[in-house]
Ligand binder design. Sequence first.
Ligand code: NAD
Ligand code: DAU
Length: 341
Amino acid sequence: MRNLMVTGGAGFIGSNFVRYMLKKYADYRIVVYDKLTYAGNLDNLKDVAEDFGGRYAFVKGDICDAETVRAAVQAHAVDTIVNFAAATHVDRSLMEPDEFIRTDVQGTYVLLETAKAFGLERYHQISTDEVYGEVLDGRSKETDPLHTRSPYSASKAGGDLMCIAYYTSFDVPVTITRGSNNIGPYQYPEKVVPLFITNAIDDKPLPLYGDGSQMRDYQHVIDHCEGIDVVLHKGVPGQAYNLGTGAETRNIDMTHAILDLLGKPRTLIQPVRDRPGHDRRYALDVSKIRALGWEPGHTFKEAIALTVRWYVDNEWWWRKIKSGEHYQEYYRQQYAGREVK
Ligand code: NAD
Ligand code: DAU
């Protein structure tokens, strides 16, 4: 494993992963392959291009476009694909599911076909705890049935199943990680944590869905990247690995943590109509990846403090996005008239 193609590497987790891997492995080269959708942003990789120019390359392309994918694999002598590319926001999947099915299912198939055709050393799929559906009691194990409830999670599950099919039918050396909610630098401010932090900085309302009692396992993005690295090097082909802290936080408590860290009043919380089909809780059993030697480096409290600090220090990054027409239009569609008294 020396020449990685990181698809979706200009997004939130992908860009953190590229930086992490180039810093850690002095002999690795990475080509980022990304379509640059609204969520893809070369600002996320600005320092990477400056610091690792000789070992880093960027190709603009769609993972559904087989010819461009193959050309990039050939041109960069790729031996490993790590696929982060996806349509990722649950609320958008409720508004316009097409792009989710196209990229998360069809795109995964195109990459798997490429891995098969070139006999790659590894194909790693970045998946999500959402494929198990909501888990009201207990914790999801990798062997649990997939029970998806939103177009996003159904599309991601389609990608996972295709990975297993390519391993079983064609011996493509596939591994999968199913991560919980990531937080940290460069997360597009449609996701709840960067949305709430940046709204609170500007004294704008924080639109909390429903009663705020839903639970998520918020993990620091760097812990997620370390876990992917561990599975790439020690994981067994054909296997999936859950990846999260194994502890959940209620959304209302996450919101209070953000307001307290910023010294802002709780009156900024604005209850809004709930997300349709909102999964109340995800909870992972992470014993399988822990057995490979990985453990989370941050508690929720540490991760949220680091994350708030980053958005306070990096207004240059998010103000550009939030003032753009695409973002403003999305915000209107998503939140206008949704307040609950
Ligand atoms: P993101 O939305 O920030 O980034 C997605 C990236 O994929 C963008 O750079 C975008 O331009 C690119 N992309 C989208 N469609 C593409 C296409 N057709 N061809 C090429 N590139 C395309 O996403 P993220 O939050 O960084 O998530 C990355 C991966 O991790 C996704 O697969 C997601 O399902 C998974 N995941 C995310 C979380 C989370 O909390 N954010 C948790 C678990 C798993
Ligand atoms: O669990 C992993 C998943 O986490 C990833 O697979 C997805 O790509 C990622 O988007 C994320 O999905 P969620 O739906 O959990 O994340 P989101 O940030 O959209 O919402 C987190 C919680 O906060 C959820 O319970 C809904 C709630 N929420 C969200 C938004 C955007 C609000 O209360 N208000 C909001 O405005």
